[in-house]
Design a protein around this ligand. Structure first.
Ligand SMILES: Nc1nc2c(c(=O)[nH]1)N[C@H]1C(S)=C(S)[C@@H](COP(=O)(O)OP(=O)(O)OC[C@H]3O[C@@H](n4cnc5c(=O)[nH]c(N)nc54)[C@H](O)[C@@H]3O)O[C@H]1N2
Ligand SMILES: Nc1nc2c(c(=O)[nH]1)N[C@H]1C(S)=C(S)[C@@H](COP(=O)(O)OP(=O)(O)OC[C@H]3O[C@@H](n4cnc5c(=O)[nH]c(N)nc54)[C@H](O)[C@@H]3O)O[C@H]1N2
Ligand code: SF4
Ligand SMILES: [Mo]
Length: 707
């Protein structure tokens, strides 16, 4: 029997509206849902049938029988596996204290009900361990999003990044800086940018390579990886010295302008050219265009996060937007009023008297996320600093492919008393676990999806594969066994009811609708800082300690960082380490997204692998010619840390002197070429942004040779 149903894509948390085709109850095809809002469908979504029925899916709980990392397991029942997990957790608690357990969640744990019922807000760390007594909740927020989405905007404006939304529809100029919206999931910004471009908005992309969006932009500004901070200070130099800034805004709403004016003097366009490789004329022209165009919006994301001055560079970028009169004006960087989404906090207070690991080393990260910084996990396990950690729970994350120098994390995993992994497939992390639990995909669960202006129910499309379960229910079962199940919903029905508890009429409408229901959105108001709309006391200004936009940030200063958005050269870079540069003469950038994979995922799905069978190292024709390299050649990419093999893609899309290398390889179920190519064996565990603790993934040095 063939059946078509409206549904929500179940492959990533993007929540695209789709129509699924079922043949005798089996998912066979996915298409965009015609006429519905948010009906995007990326190539990964199209391959859903191959993904959900992959032979690599975990089917039952597993208990380790061999050595850690060896991959020997036996099947177990849910009861046996969960009982064992809870027994081990309680043993650690008794012997070493509850803080000796840490949880880490990642990109597989972002489904909305998971985020809202199981995670701490913003940093998406699973808070299961808080009632257990441990403050050690961590997530990929230790290396993603938090710099751009929390630390930088909070230091400047007292607002999270979610409040800063480019008003693309009204822009005359759109600057896309260090992000490739084509790979967003879903690509909502990309669609909006394309539409704006058709309506005559000019688009400029500032990127270390000619990424998709840069190829479609009116202008690509190619910048040496990791040097955006200098470029932005150079733009500020021109804007300030040519008096192109918004004087009224500076006088009334900023703190620290005079110090900034003095600091940017050294960043002349000529000096900036020598640092960033962006021609001095381009620096001057770009500064003038941003300052003189009315309605300039900005979209940025991860491209600036992974350098030695990541947080500061992002702060500088937002400051440039504000000073050029582009903050909260039509066509500019619009400020959404802080949202009043329900936060389920009851029973989830942080335990007293013990801070999560990383809190002392990265105090601002801790203050604003209340999470552990996972980069400090190996030290806690291997050196007992700041105190010993003995147990680890991982959900929806592949840390050994996503964190730098996986061998350091592996060494820590070998020393643990207990480790558990919840995933769809056997990851390299899972090989080290005592207990491995099979998660269902989002096609196999009941839940809901809220968009800014729309809501839908997620209705189970197919039965869970094998004995896999909805991860929210797995967490709830663990909580039950730990004695605090009352803090969690006990069924999927309860999840949905609780999610819309504040709006029963909406829930009723959702139950009656197969495609979803519109939600009213507040009318737009600009320059909200003047009208007291940003602060909880309704006074004019920003919700910062001074009430101003803090160019000189009191929050940064209070934690011992530079108050100004200072630029620091990449620690492993041509200017900072000329001797190393002779040995490793290419600037190394890693991990720009490709469409067919999602970080380490889908490299075991034949249809998607076919789209890019091999992990690539992108290199400019000039550098390739010097090395006798042609596209398709097997090449060794080496850094101070090691050597990994990739395949060359010789392309003008990367700047001469620089290389872009694919990320995601290194997991046991992946096809051979990718499995052998974990780029993070080349990146550096110790080289970090001192504010966020994020690893410097995007500004390193390498050599590439033909094999
Ligand atoms: N060198 C370099 N390294 C990087 C980056 C880079 O650009 N360069 N990017 C960084 C970034 S931005 C991030 S966010 C991290 C990615 O960090 P991770 O979150 O570790 O990334 P993924 O590889 O996507 O791993 C997600 C895991 O979740 C599983 N999963 C998928 N769906 C589900 C589900 O429904 N339930 C459960 N339980 N599991 C599920 C998948 O099988 C997969 O194993 O990597 C970082 N690492
Ligand atoms: N298909 C697909 N989609 C994904 C993911 C995936 O793995 N696959 N990952 C998801 C995740 S975890 C995240 S966090 C988001 C991230 O979303 P984005 O931040 O948009 O990620 P990218 O597409 O890698 O775009 C980053 C851009 O920054 C550029 N860049 C890198 N370093 C620098 C630099 O130093 N300066 C400048 N100016 N540019 C630089 C890169 O060349 C790249 O074009 O995407 C998500 N979407
Ligand atoms: S972006 Fe995510 S939700 Fe949308 S189609 Fe792709 S995989 Fe599915
Ligand atoms: Mo990410």
């Amino acid at each position: 029997m063939i059946e078509k149903k409206p549904s929500i894509c179940g492959i990533c948390p993007g929540g695209c509206a789709v129509e699924v085709t079922l043949e005798d109850g089996r998912l066979v095809q996915v298409e965009p849902l015609k006429g519905a809002p948010y009906a995007n469908l990326c190539v990964r979504g199209r391959y859903a049938p191959e993904i959900v029925y992959s032979p690599h899916r975990l089917k039952t709980p597993l208990i380790r029988t061999g050595e850690r990392g060896e991959g020997k397991f036996r099947e177990a029942s849910w009861d046996e596996a969960l009982d064992l997990a809870v027994k081990k957790m309680n043993e650690i608690k008794e012997k070493d204290g509850p803080q000796a357990l840490l949880s880490h969640s990642g990109r597989g744990a972002f489904e909305q009900s998971m985020v809202e019922f199981c995670n701490a807000r913003d940093a998406v760390a699973n808070r299961l361990l808080l009632p257990f007594g441990s403050p050690n909740i961590a997530s990929t927020g230790s290396l993603c999003f938090v710099s751009f989405g929390i630390l930088a905007p909070m230091a400047n404006f007292g607002l999270p990044g979610a409040c800063l939304a480019p008003d693309l529809e009204n822009s005359n100029l759109i600057v896309v800086w260090g992000t490739n919206p084509v790979t967003d999931s879903p690509p909502v910004f990309f669609k909006r940018i394309t539409r704006a471009q058709r309506n005559k908005a000019r688009v400029i992309a500032v990127d270390q390579m000619r990424c998709d969006i840069a190829g479609r932009a009116d202008q690509w500004v190619g910048v040496r990886s990791g040097t955006d901070g200098a470029l932005i200070l150079g733009l500020l130099n021109v804007v300030i010295n040519e008096k192109l800034y918004d004087r009224e805004f500076v006088e009334n709403w900023t703190l620290g302008f005079a110090e900034l004016r003095e600091y940017v003097q050294e960043f002349t366009p000529e000096k900036v050219e020598s640092i960033t490789w962006v021609p001095a004329e381009t620096v001057t022209a770009l500064a003038r265009e941003i300052a003189l165009t009315e309605g300039v919006s900005l979209r940025t994301y991860t491209g600036l996060e992974y350098t030695n001055s990541g947080v500061q560079s992002i702060r500088a970028l937002y400051i440039l937007w504000a000073l050029t009169g582009n903050l909260d004006v039509p066509g500019g960087l619009y400020i959404n009023t802080p949202s009043a989404q329900p936060v389920r906090r009851e029973g989830f207070e942080e335990p007293d008297g013990v801070l999560p690991i990383g809190a002392e080393k990265y105090p601002l990260f801790y203050e604003l996320t209340r999470c552990a910084q996972y980069m400090e996990f190996p030290r806690a396990v291997l050196e007992g600093k700041p105190y010993p950690v003995k147990g680890l729970l991982i959900n929806g994350s592949s840390t050994l492919t996503s964190y730098p120098q996986p061998e350091i994390f592996e060494e820590a995993y070998r020393k643990l008393n207990f480790m558990m992994v919840i995933d769809l497939v056997m990851t390299r992390d899972a090989l080290f676990a005592d207990v491995v639990l099979p998660s269902a995909t989002y096609y196999e669960i009941n839940s809901y999806q809220r968009y800014p202006d729309y809501a839908r129910l997620r209705r189970r499309v197919i039965e869970p594969v094998g004995q896999s379960k909805n991860q929210v229910m797995i967490i709830a079962e663990l909580a039950n066994r730990l004695g605090y199940g009352h803090l969690y919903p006990q069924s999927e029905e309860e999840v949905v009811e609780k999610a819309f508890a504040g709006n029963p009429a909406l829930l009723e409408a959702l139950h009656d609708s197969s495609v979803g229901v519109k939600i009213p959105v507040p009318v737009r108001r600009y320059e909200k800082y003047e009208g007291g709309l940003l602060r909880s006391d309704h006074k004019p200004g920003f919700p910062t300690p001074s009430g101003k936009m803090e160019i000189a940030s009191s929050l940064m200063a209070r934690h011992g960082y530079d108050a100004l958005p200072v630029y620091v050269e990449p620690a492993e870079g041509p200017l900072q380490d000329p001797e190393l540069y002779r040995e490793f003469p290419l600037v190394l950038n890693t991990g720009a997204r490709i469409q067919s994979t999602f970080r380490s995922q889908h490299l075991n799905v034949p249809g998607l692998v076919k789209l890019q069978e091999k992990p690539l190292a992108l290199i400019n024709p000039i550098d390739a010619a010097e090395r006798g390299i042609r596209s398709g050649d097997r090449v060794a990419v080496s850094t101070r840390r090691g050597k990994v093999f990739f395949y060359a893609d010789v392309t003008e899309n990367v700047l001469p002197g620089q290389a872009e290398v694919n990320m995601g390889g290194g997991n046991p179920t992946q096809v051979e070429a990718w499995r052998q190519a974990n780029v993070n064996a080349l990146t550096d565990f110790s080289n970090r942004d001192p504010v966020s603790g994020f690893p410097v993934f995007k500004a390193l040095l390498c050599q590439i040779e033909k094999v």
